[in-house]
Design a protein around this ligand. Structure first.
Ligand code: 7RM
Length: 649
């Protein structure tokens, strides 16, 4: 699908083998693990043995495409595996979460504490009439009550639907109604960038259109400035609800395939999709991948900076880490608050050893400059991770040198809300990494790169990334819409799961993710990936971040427009614009030279930090803008549009 040669991305020729000091200590350092993955059912059944079951499964996989059941007949409760199991060991008094609020307040919850708080809320929810099979919407900021609420639901067999705290009342209402939630759990507010997010106020706005909701549980987070408007009979303070309940709550016996949670993803078209994850396969997949990819040891202090409102937080702040008895850092607020060194200050303060963040954050740190980093001792770090978008080779090297000080392996982890777990990633004690490549599928996972007809393409070429076989933590359906599940994921290539991403495999079999296939451009008959052109731009020393789109062109079919954010100290000039066009031409070829370059202080991003090229395309085509409701900051697109209409910066 992409014709530009793979070498383009590989301008960074350095390879990074695991340092011997890392390899010798690693949880996994024998490549034969990949052989074991070649019999997936046997492999996954072996993994499943590591957990506590009320009753074992009697069939590993029931695959009736596109319907999968894993560990059929098994009975378990995920909270027993995340909590009770650890209480029988010294981990009872080990920190599960070290939490820091944005204003600087702190809480440490041990596994014992977490178990107690989960049981208390579980009993509180039961008193509100929540039963096995019900749904509960959770609309909270990054405070300990968020994982507690999720686990309390799982304890009693209710499915949670976490809605990111940055969503509007309208988006919240749509998600509550789709899931038919009985209860909403929220807070009087949350802190972000020194400001209060009016969570309870938003719930009050949303709820008049939500007949399924019987009660609202409100955490007191802000206190003095909160709305305090408790609606008699409907609203309950969290602390009142759990005041007199028992701190013991028997775990509900759940079937392997019982619904654990729904998490909504907003695609570019249509209403949000309620991605449905079930219990056993999700536990096995997230726990195993977390332990292997992040090389988790009992001594580690692990920090995933995602918000729990996204799947990364579900799988790699809550379920995977807790199943492994990990100590995790959790932070409520913005990375620039009160100063741009907040993350580095926290890494130093808590001796964080494993740090997992997103390319959008890495590029922001690059733009801010290294003085914020140099103020702090980051020597506790031993492993770094990236997730959410392709990481440009330039950003990879920057991360490696400035945060990892040249000695931490980097795991570039590819996955989706739908996949539940990481599917393509280095294993840090085994894999030699290439900056910009997510490297190889995990053992037991069978992706492929195929052409339009679904045929596997040879090494060295690009195509559509698909999965040939089911995996334990895959989505089971779109909640309430099984037909849409089949249509979106399983109809483009019958029998194959379609990821929607473009991908190349190089001659060594390394996977290079190329962005969403909808974004791929067709210039003079050649497919060019946005990721490649963006990486060429970010490769220039003055560029912090770039987004490129194709726009209709009489002769070439499509021409490339680039939107570029410069490093803070750099001035936008006509000369620089020409230099950047030539830089791309030199790196990739004349074909990829952008027709136009627009300088902008910000790029439009989704609330989870992914660049939204669709809106830039609308601007480049001079069209009216499509749906902007998923934008994190709508003013960004307004100013870009104004700039475009004036004929460039
Ligand atoms: C975990 C998450 C999924 C989409 C996916 C890709 C992109 C995520 C990477 C990546 C290249 C990566 N879930 N994506 N990780 N692209 N390299 N390491 O982000 O559902 O919100 O998004 O994100 O396009 O399809 S998600």
């Amino acid at each position: 699908m992409t014709d530009s040669t793979i070498e383009n991305l590989l301008h960074e020729e350095r390879r990074f083998a695991p340092p011997n000091s890392f390899k010798s200590q690693a949880n996994l350092n024998d490549p034969r693990i990949y052989e074991r993955g070649k019999d997936p059912e046997k492999f996954w059944a072996e993994q499943a043995e590591n957990f506590e079951w009320f009753e074992k499964w009697n069939q590993v996989l029931d695959w009736n495409p596109p319907w999968a059941k894993w560990f059929v007949g098994g009975k378990l409760n995920i909270t027993v595996n995340c909590l009770d199991r650890h209480l029988k060991t010294w981990r009872r008094n080990k920190a599960a979460f070290i939490w820091e609020g944005e204003p600087g307040d702190q809480r440490v919850l041990t596994y014992g504490d977490l178990h107690r708080e989960v049981c208390r809320l579980a009993n509180g929810l039961k008193n509100l009439g929540v039963q096995k099979g019900d749904r509960v919407t959770i609309y909270l900021g990054m405070i300990p009550e968020l994982p507690i609420a999720m686990l309390a639901c799982a304890r009693i067999g209710a499915a949670h639907s976490v809605v990111f705290g940055g969503f509007s009342p309208d988006s919240l209402r749509e998600r509550i109604n789709d899931s038919q939630s009985k209860v909403v759990i929220t807070a009087d507010g949350g802190w972000r960038g020194g400001k209060i997010i009016p969570l309870k106020h938003n719930v009050d706005e949303a709820l008049p259109g939500c007949p399924s909701v019987k009660s609202v549980v409100v955490v007191r987070r802000i206190g003095h400035a909160g709305p305090g408007k408790i609606k008699e009979g409907r609203d309950f303070w969290w602390h009142d609800l759990i005041d007199e309940v028992s701190s013991k709550c028997e775990p509900e016996v759940m079937d392997s395939e019982d619904l654990l949670y729904i998490l909504y993803t907003s695609g570019t078209t249509g209403k949000p999709k309620g991605i449905a994850h079930t219990t056993a396969g999700y536990l096995v997949g997230t726990a195993m991948s977390h332990k292997w990819i992040f090389d988790i040891k009992d001594e580690d202090v692990y920090w995933c900076t995602a918000d729990i409102g996204w799947v990364t937080g579900h799988s790699y702040i809550v379920y995977g880490p807790l199943a492994n008895g990990t100590t995790g850092v959790m932070y409520e607020g913005a990375p620039a608050y009160p100063e741009k060194d907040r993350f580095w200050e926290m890494i130093e303060k808590y001796s964080v050893s494993i740090f997992y963040t997103a390319p959008t954050a890495i590029r922001t740190f690059m733009r801010w400059g290294s003085e914020h980093i140099e103020k702090h001792d980051l020597s506790s770090l031993r492993l770094l991770g990236s997730v959410g978008e392709p990481i440009n080779p330039e950003a990879w090297i920057w991360y490696h040198e400035n945060i990892g000080k040249g000695s931490c392996p980097i795991v570039d982890t590819w996955w989706q809300t739908e996949t539940g777990m990481i599917l393509i990633s280095p294993l840090p004690g085994i894999t030699t990494t290439k900056p910009g490549s997510a490297t190889f599928p995990l053992p037991g996972i069978e992706p492929d790169v195929v052409d339009e007809s679904g045929k596997s393409v040879p090494l060295g070429s690009g195509g559509y990334l698909v999965l040939r076989a089911p995996w334990p933590s895959m989505l089971r359906t779109i909640y309430g819409d099984p037909e849409r599940y089949r249509e979106v994921y399983w109809s483009k290539f019958p029998g194959l799961y379609f990821t929607g991403d473009g991908c190349k495999r190089d001659e060594d079999g390394y996977y290079w993710l190329l962005g969403r296939v909808d974004d791929i451009m067709l210039v003079a008959g050649h497919n060019i990936s946005t990721t490649e052109v963006e990486s060429a731009l970010v490769d220039h020393h003055d560029v912090a971040e770039a987004a490129v789109v194709g726009k209709t062109h009489d002769v070439k079919g499509q021409a490339i427009d680039a939107f570029v954010t410069l490093k803070l100290s750099i001035k936008a000039t006509e000369a620089l614009r020409q230099e950047l066009r030539e830089h791309v031409a030199k790196k990739i070829g004349a074909l990829a030279r952008p027709d136009e370059i627009y300088f902008t202080a910000e790029l439009p991003k989704t609330r989870s930090g992914k660049i939204m090229r669709r809106l830039l395309r609308d601007i480049a085509e001079g069209q009216t803008l499509g749906d902007v409701s998923t934008l994190a900051d709508p003013s960004v697109i307004e100013s870009l549009k104004a700039q475009y209409e004036e004929g460039g910066a």
